[in-house]
Design a protein around this ligand. Structure first.
Ligand SMILES: NC(=O)c1ccc[n+]([C@@H]2O[C@H](COP(=O)([O-])OP(=O)(O)OC[C@H]3O[C@@H](n4cnc5c(N)ncnc54)[C@H](O)[C@@H]3O)[C@@H](O)[C@H]2O)c1
Length: 335
């Protein structure tokens, strides 16, 4: 594909989140990016029609219909419920369409492996929608990482009746699992986890402690039944404490600058320096879709590839299993 050729895109599944993909592609197009939102697809045809009218594009009730009618689609976002990711993404990839698949990548590791195999055999660019990797605060933190040893991560939200078919681990915590896995870059050696259903039939609040081969320990709390909204990741590494606020998109770096004193002895005058790396605010979805289109244009490996989605999914499923074991131990079904 020539580097300035227009990329025709579609969004498959325009429910609560997919409609944001349509909006952002449309905004990118208006900002002069060489991309055109060409079609929206939803099994709920009235829903697809309403959004298509808003953006002046074609609406379809199925991905098969879209492919047979609009052969020029080169890339698509897959934002149908997770159980449908494999089927929709397979149809797209087999028709030569590059895909950005929402998180969690798939409903099982077998399905995730099939997606990875398909992307390889079809020669498709395939990205997973782990949005927080594109959060400007997370991007500003990556170059600061030396040897993270201890994380404390909170993702709390107020209750809304969405994504209640999955545990909070696969709905919310998976964002932080993916970020911490990318930051630590070492295998997980131990999982401890507790979680409870509160308002839905699935786990609504969970607390997890991970230990990594590097010796790093990470604590995560995720809740969708909180009274406040918090999205923070804090970690310690030698002589540094770094605090990331995903929502405010800012980073604070506290560094100890030891003056005087011999190595191994307490410093007489430890200086604590506080720095705030400059950050240009940007909607993470905007950055994510721009990055996807860049990979489509240059046939390059996406910043967050399907293998990252598989890694986060595998860990999230292991955590869910650990929570179930804990529930069995405390005989939750009898409480
Ligand atoms: N990255 C994020 O922060 C984030 C946030 C929310 C949701 N998500 C993910 O986005 C996906 C969608 O979630 P949602 O909350 O928007 O769900 P939703 O139920 O609100 O919307 C899904 C839409 O897909 C349509 N659909 C279902 N099967 C289809 C098919 N085979 N073909 C075409 N359309 C189909 C439904 O009619 C519905 O309109 C999920 O995988 C979810 O985990 C990601």
């Amino acid at each position: 594909m020539a580097s300035d050729n227009i990329i025709n895109v579609a969004v498959i599944g325009v429910g609560a989140f997919g409609r944001n993909h349509a909006r952002v592609y449309h905004e990118l197009q208006q900002q002069g990016e060489p991309v055109v939102l060409t079609a929206v697809v939803d099994a709920d045809v009235a829903r697809a029609d309403a959004l298509a009218r808003e953006y002046g594009v074609r609406a379809f009730g199925s991905v098969e219909q879209m492919i047979s009618t609009r052969g020029e689609i080169q890339a698509a976002s897959v934002a149908v419920p997770t159980a449908g990711h494999l089927q929709v993404a397979r149809t797209l990839m087999e028709a030569g369409v590059d895909v950005l698949i929402e998180k969690p990548l798939a409903a099982s590791i077998g399905e995730a492996d099939e997606l990875i195999q398909l992307a390889g055999s079809q020669g498709r660019v395939a990205q997973v929608g782990h949005l927080e990797r594109f959060n400007p605060a997370v991007r500003a933190t990556v170059p600061l990482i030396t040897q993270p040893m201890f994380f404390e991560v909170h993702r709390l939200s107020v209750f809304t009746p969405r994504s209640l078919d999955v545990d909070v681990v696969l709905d919310l915590m998976i964002h932080d699992l993916d970020v911490v896995l990318a930051f630590v870059n070492s295998p997980v050696t131990e999982i401890r986890a507790v979680g409870l259903p509160i308002l839905s039939g699935k786990v609504d609040i969970a607390n997890v402690r991970l230990e990594f081969a590097s010796g790093c320990v990470a604590n995560f709390t995720a809740s969708r039944v909180s009274t406040e909204r918090v999205r923070k990741l804090r970690f310690f590494q030698p002589k540094q404490y770094i605090s990331v606020d995903y929502g405010r998109q800012d980073v604070l770096v506290f560094s100890v600058d030891r003056e005087g004193g011999l190595p191994g002895t307490p410093s007489i005058n430890p200086q604590i320096k506080v720095a705030k790396p400059p950050i240009t605010q940007e909607e993470p979805l905007h950055a994510e879709l721009k990055s996807f289109l860049h990979s489509v244009r240059h046939r390059s490996r996406p910043l967050v590839a399907l293998e990252d989605g598989r890694r986060a999914l595998a860990l999230a499923l292991d955590i869910v299993a650990t929570i179930q074991q804990h529930q069995g131990k405390i005989r939750l079904d009898q409480l």
